[in-house]
Design a binder for this molecule. Sequence first.
Ligand SMILES: Cc1cc2nc3c(=O)[nH]c(=O)nc-3n(C[C@H](O)[C@H](O)[C@H](O)COP(=O)(O)OP(=O)(O)OC[C@H]3O[C@@H](n4cnc5c(N)ncnc54)[C@H](O)[C@@H]3O)c2cc1C
Length: 367
Amino acid sequence: MAKVVILGGGVAGLTVAHALAEKGVESTVVSLHDYYISGPSRPLILSGEQSVDRITRGYNFLPKEIKVTYGRVEEVDFANRKVKLANKRELDYDYLVVALGLRYAYDAIKIEDHVFNVYDLGKVFDLKHLVWNITEGTIVVNAPKQPYRCAPAPGETVMTIDMILRHRGVRDKVKLIFVDGNEKPQPPVIADVWLKLFEEAGIEYYLNKQITEVTKEGVVLDDGTQIKADYKVILPPNKPVLFDSWLEVRGPKDLRLKDYDDVFAVGDIAKLPFPKNAEIATQSALNAAAKLMEELGVGGGNYVDYKFSGWAYAGNLKGELKTLSVQFSLDFSEGKPKGSKDPEPKEEYTKRKDAWEQAMLKKLFGY
Ligand SMILES: Cc1cc2nc3c(=O)[nH]c(=O)nc-3n(C[C@H](O)[C@H](O)[C@H](O)COP(=O)(O)OP(=O)(O)OC[C@H]3O[C@@H](n4cnc5c(N)ncnc54)[C@H](O)[C@@H]3O)c2cc1C
């Protein structure tokens, strides 16, 4: 039987492993940790509406065809079909799936002060502590230029902070500033909704500006503007894990690397003309699995179009600790993206997002 190795036990890697397992194909998944913490509802850790244990899973309840080995991938030698792990371990493969995701490149901007965000867990808990304790000051939140992981997350962050400060009765003492590195608030399909919400919430908004420096006094933008801020909620530019650039694939439905017939790239690490999120990661993984099954001669898998519904947390302007969300859809199946939305934020959509995330975790991890 061909030896299939999958690097990364996240959304994309496990989706490939499950699709293969359904056809009786064994694979070895290399995972950095023995746990996985889901991303989408991390902003709600700030408000206490989500807890880490509800979104964390281990790898003990996977189908028997999926073998998991723990270790850090340090190098891949595509020409010799070898994966090098920490502690001098090596793995050979016949087919390789690279699903290592991305990293937050704190080294890409000059940072001279503490930063918070909703991405790295220590920074999430520190941000939670901050917004539940400050009584005055200025908080600046940024979105880097695309591509970055999960388009609405920075907007969700600033609106969730706004909700908590309102709830605590200190919103009028804390100034909120949002610096967006993109031409429109992300994702563009709900740009008008974000702009209305930011205005209603009294959030100062800078469009199309990158933060290049974080100082003790505040942040510096790419046009030299200095913004004074006491607390900096920073998502640095996103970069691929291990590689210098996003992995170039042959196309959205043929996820093999340009130069290697036996190597696939899926999920956030792949260079695709779509946003980086869990739905796109899943769909790229299903397409890679379909091709791989053809190669293995185990019957075709299902190729899928790239389209999804998503939900953006919109805070709660009444200051109730009940996050409302905006629902939107994006369909890339005919080239130019087709978008739709319900511009009215609703609590029902927050519940839908939770149900969607829990269903995804159940599918991937068994519960
Ligand atoms: C705060 C936040 C909010 C988000 N919101 C949404 C949302 O609302 N909707 C949505 O669809 N998506 C959302 N996402 C994005 C979604 O989680 C990602 O797009 C998705 O997880 C990408 O899947 P992936 O498999 O490419 O990467 P991941 O799921 O990150 O999996 C990569 C795996 O590789 C492992 N790994 C990394 N380096 C190594 C190494 N050197 N060796 C071995 N293993 C390694 C990692 O530990 C990880 O387990 C959000 C993410 C975050 C963090």
